[in-house]
Write a protein that binds this ligand. Structure first.
Ligand code: IMP
Length: 469
């Protein structure tokens, strides 16, 4: 008898990244056979805390702790081979063997050293992660510089190792452009050769691999990197990443036909954050905070912890300070860089729009435990953005230009705050009634049901609302 086909669900971030997508994947992974990435590269940073230790995954899909799950990196990703090797070593140290579990599409493009160099020199205005993501995707679109190959895929390099010469030429051309005399060219190339050898067993040459898995009944969960607001086409361009991050992109970069799509899960955070520059309507402290966070070396985690008294700052009339207090309480700093993430109240107009744009079926709302901190602010209420007005008219969409978006006047609704700690609660019915009524408002205003909420940083701190999950 022919086995019936499986399906592919898509999980994406609905805000500006760092919504805690990995935590949600960790808790629903048991429902799937394969976790697959379709976009981005080492710019993603998913941290998972477990009793075996803490791992920061960048390019390897989440779900490493489920030994029976396969992991797939699709053709839409850009792969930094040396960083990936380091990541695999880290995973191995936790006693996890990925050989035979991890498959990387040979059509994924390689992040070359010159991409990182270009990003370092040009990414400042956007505030990129300096992983060479933009230049790698730009070269993918450019393809060639006259006769010199700019975009090199993993399969290309496996089949034609002479292409290391093109990688070297690309690097040297870029070094001349930026007057970078001291770059360790031969060492870098040697490291890449070694990395390719180590990665070869993971590179999948069958370009229909994932599709065949689904055809044979396997269930796939696509794990989006970055988030909808950072999409190269639909996000707040140019303050975005360089890949398509919306749900539909999973069926291009993930190497599976659209017909296998079942549902889309969106992950959002109850108190929003953003790294890098660009509009952020609900930011505490507005553009002052944007400027302050740009000085990320100075205003880092250690500085803020030493400088601000959290309880006093929470009560401040100055919203920049309220934001700083919430950042400290929510530990909203870059995992590696310690740079401060900009903080804002939950924007329901944006959330509803993004849910619509992506056809989101269910939202998982992380970090709801942190809403308790609003009880200690001057107003002692939870603020949410509930309406946008642009040139005197209510709008239910995010304007297509940043100039217009910056002119939007948000309307804030204030909701009763709760004071109970919720991290140990496991059932919806046990949540504080003020939180339940807030969650109802969120479901109503976004026209999307909640799959569950995050109630703390630990793996087991969540409440699921849907039995299916
Ligand atoms: P890039 O992806 O490194 O080019 O950075 C472009 C923008 O996306 C910057 O504002 C980054 O801070 C942001 N970004 C990239 N990856 C992530 C992520 O995983 N979480 C949050 N923001 C990200």
């Amino acid at each position: 008898m022919k086995k019936s086909a499986g399906f592919a669900d898509v999980l994406i971030g609905l805000q500006y990244g760092d919504e805690g997508k990995a935590k949600v994947i960790d808790l629903i992974a048991q429902n799937y056979d394969i976790i697959a990435r379709f976009n981005g590269g080492a710019n993603a940073g998913h941290t998972i805390e477990t009793n075996k230790g803490r791992v920061a995954l960048h390019q390897v899909p989440s779900g490493i702790f489920y030994e029976d799950k396969l992991l797939y990196v699709g053709s839409g990703c850009v792969v930094d081979m040396c960083k990936l090797v380091k990541e695999l070593e880290g995973v191995k140290k936790l006693g996890i063997e990925l050989q035979g579990r991890l498959f990387i599409s040979d059509q994924a493009s390689i992040v070359q050293p010159h991409h990182i160099l270009v990003d370092i020199h040009t990414g400042g205005g956007i505030g990129t992660t300096k992983n060479g993501i933009g230049p790698a995707y730009a070269d993918k679109a450019l393809r060639m510089d006259d006769n010199r190959l700019l975009n090199i895929k993993l399969g290309d390099l496996l089949d034609k190792p002479e292409l290391f010469t093109a990688i070297q030429e690309n690097l040297e051309t870029t070094m001349r452009r930026y007057n970078e005399g001291k770059y360790p060219v031969s060492q870098t190339l040697a490291d890449m050769r070694k990395a390719l050898t180590l990665l070869t067993p993971f590179i999948q040459r069958d370009t229909l691999f994932l599709q065949k898995q689904i055809e044979s009944g396997k269930k796939v969960l696509f794990e989006g990197a970055q988030s909808s607001m950072l999409d190269i086409t639909k996000g707040l361009v140019p303050y975005v990443t360089s890949s398509n991050t919306v749900a539909a992109a999973a069926f291009v970069g993930g190497d599976v036909p659209v017909k296998y799509h079942r549902k889309t899960i969106g992950v959002a955070k109850a108190i929003m954050s953003r790294v890098g520059n660009g509009p952020f309507t609900s930011e505490f402290g507005g553009e002052t905070s944007e400027q302050y966070c740009m000085e990320s070396d100075k205003h880092n985690k250690d500085y803020e912890k030493a400088t601000y008294n959290v309880e006093e700052s929470l009560k401040s009339k100055n919203m920049l300070e309220v934001g700083i207090a919430l950042r400290i309480l929510g530990n909203e700093y870059g995992t590696v860089t310690k740079r401060p993430r900009r903080i804002g109240m939950l924007d329901l107009v944006q959330l509803r729009f993004v849910a619509k744009l992506n056809g989101v079926d269910e939202i998982f709302l992380n970090k709801c435990d942190l809403l308790v901190d609003f009880a200690r602010t001057k107003k002692a209420k939870i603020p949410l953005i509930e309406k946008y007005t642009l040139q005197g008219k209510h709008i239910d969409y995010i304007p297509g230009s940043n100039t217009a978006y910056r002119q939007v006047t948000p309307e804030i609704g204030y909701h009763d705050a709760f004071t109970e700690t919720i991290s140990k609660i496991q059932h919806k019915a046990d949540l504080p009634k003020d939180l339940l009524s807030l969650l109802e408002t969120i479901e109503k205003q976004t026209d999307t049901k909640l799959l569950g909420i995050g109630t703390g940083a630990k793996r087991e701190e969540y409440v699921l609302f849907s039995k299916e999950a």
